[in-house]
Design a binder for this molecule. Structure first.
Ligand code: PMP
Length: 411
């Protein structure tokens, strides 16, 4: 990452856009270092959701009345904003509740009808459970097997070993763009190119990439790309799956119902065109309108500026944290997002997080939905501080001071 910071951006004013960040927790100013879990929401996103329910609330694609048209236009407008944000076409973007749904859609609609005994799926050691369990369910039902690409000591994928796994039995490779535990940024463009050369379909979990870097999905060369709205300053229950058009045309629907049909007769149903074919039922209309506002907000700041800001915070936090006695940091990839997993010698992760909470610092502790990665490091849990552009260097200092304090209490 070599983005450089636009010095004209007033980050204190940006932070002031996030009302929740002004609150106190246990009488202390909140330091929110859990953005990899979910991001905080700026005023324009909250206002867009509020405005929809106050002035435009109606269902989409059904009613001809004014409100129905307004709701549909706003919802489809949000799809197009999101598509532009990640450089794909709106009609290739299936809107859904988030990455978990998106990956399950690929598993059930693409993989389940195609895989057979003798076929293999390749995953990596650093996957979130959302990118493991759907494939296990498909493997159980099809007789396919799962192979795992391992990591080196820095927490980067061992690419030679990964490519050696891509043998002719492999039909699908699914990997994360950015690790939610280690922060490792994977070279997905290169990896997907290698997969494609071998006729292997590639799926990328972009949950931790979309909020932090300019995304150009079209240039990655993958077959599917999944991401989630609530980590990118949007409402919960929003996300998307991008897929190549030939896949969307060939895949059967995942769930059936209203909106996804052209005609229903008891003798048979004609499905709607993609992406609507995969969007049965009333969607999270207000949520996507909020996500559209989030995309506008992030675009106005500029993803390159966001990335540079977060890189500066990451460098600062890593340096300060490394000076604390007994701290072990997990993941030292050369290209890393602003996520720091760590443990302090002699202290349990949950105890650290609980005591830090009393100091107003919100970090996550646990397995981070990545059991296989915890096994790799031989630990049950880690603490994870994950930063976003709305955090400050003062918060980094205050977090490390709080950690020094609670470390003494636990020693
Ligand atoms: N993959 C990764 C890498 C994640 O960090 C997360 C969220 N923690 C998910 C998948 C699942 O996303 P969601 O819960 O929004 O479906």
């Amino acid at each position: 990452m070599n983005a450089s910071l636009d010095s004209t951006i007033d980050w204190a004013r940006v932070r002031a856009d996030f009302p929740l960040l002004a609150r106190k927790v246990h009488g202390k100013p909140l330091i929110y270092f859990d953005s990899a879990n979910t991001g905080q929401k700026p005023e324009p996103v909250i206002a867009a959701v509020d405005d929809f329910y106050r002035h435009h609330n109606a269902n989409v694609s059904r009613a001809v009345h004014a409100l129905g048209t307004e709701a549909t236009d706003a919802y489809e407008g949000a799809r197009n904003k999101l598509a532009r944000f990640v450089n794909v076409r709106g009609d290739e973007l299936v809107l859904c509740s988030g990455t978990t749904f998106a990956l399950n859609l690929v598993a059930y609609s693409w993989a389940l009808p195609r895989l057979q005994p003798g076929d293999a799926i390749v995953l990596t050691r650093m996957e979130h459970h959302a990118n493991i369990v759907p494939w296990q369910l498909v493997a159980q039902r099809t007789g396919a097997t799962i192979k795992v690409a391992e990591l080196d000591e820095r927490g980067e994928l061992d690419l030679d070993r990964l490519y050696a796994l891509l043998t002719p039995d492999v039909k699908l490779l699914s990997l994360t763009h950015v690790s939610n535990v280690l922060g490792t940024v994977n070279p997905v463009r290169e990896i997907c190119r290698e997969a494609r050369k071998r006729g292997i379909v590639s799926v990328v979990d972009g949950s931790q990439a979309a909020p932090h870097r300019a995304l150009d999905i079209a240039s990655i060369g993958c077959d599917f790309y999944a991401f989630t709205g609530h980590k990118m300053s949007g409402p919960t229950g929003t996300g998307a799956l991008w897929a190549r058009r030939e896949h969307l045309a060939a895949m059967p629907p995942f769930i059936g119902g209203g909106e996804m049909i052209k005609e229903v007769r008891f003798e048979g149903t004609v499905f709607n065109d993609p992406p609507h074919k995969f969007e049965a039922g009333t969607p999270n209309i207000a949520g996507f309108i909020g996500l559209g506002a989030a995309v506008d907000y992030l675009s106005a700041l500029g993803m390159h500026n966001i990335e540079a800001r977060e890189q500066a915070l990451l460098a600062h936090a890593t340096e300060e944290l490394s000076k604390v006695e007994g701290v072990r940091i997990f993941g030292e990839a050369r290209e890393k997002a602003a996520v720091i997993s760590f443990l302090v010698e002699g202290a349990h992760a949950h105890d650290l997080a609980t005591l830090l909470d009393l100091e107003g610092v919100a970090i996550r502790s646990g397995h981070h939905c990545a059991h296989p990665l915890m096994h790799h490091f031989g630990v049950a849990a880690t603490c994870r501080a994950s930063l976003a552009f709305y955090n400050t260097h003062d918060e980094v200092e205050a977090f490390v001071a709080a950690l020094r304090k609670v470390r003494k209490l636990l020693a």
